[in-house]
Design a protein around this ligand. Sequence first.
Ligand code: S3P
Length: 171
Amino acid sequence: MKNIVLIGFMGVGKGSIVREVVKHSKYIAVDTDDLIESMQNRKIKSIFEEDGEAYFRKIEKKISKWLQKSVTNSLISTGGGFYKVKNLKKIGIIVLLDSPFDEIIKSIKSHSNAVNKLKKRPLLSDLQKAKELYDLRRPEYLALADIVINVTNKSISQCSEELIKKVKKDA
Ligand code: S3P
């Protein structure tokens, strides 16, 4: 079983969808941000504050090499900037979770723990800058994706079913 790698902008629901899909499949859930936090024994927010974004990107690269070499049968959720690693396509089938910027922000804000969701993501602290980042990244996400799932106004379980169906077709 090839890995499936979920990419997409912050807050689009990569982690939630992975957790739902693994309930109904043999895949193992892996999350690049969780790996980084456990490797470093500190939160992403602290890594950004103490060592800066460039340092964080270096750890992402290290993780990407390890994933390619050592991980199989996994459904991998990635941080929104992880797609920049050179070997992304070698890790597995790339699935983009896609939604317009305003819809993503609306959905984050409607969560009961919205404050935390925004606080833990340094690159969402300035929404104007985040929108610019989104506009820059979206064409790059699309260019890398083997499969695109539009998640706007869909439930986690609808997205999860769509992912399973589309991956079966693609495999
Ligand atoms: C980032 C996204 C975050 C996390 C870090 C940087 C990005 O993950 O990796 O804050 O560059 O878009 P999520 O996409 O899970 O929020």
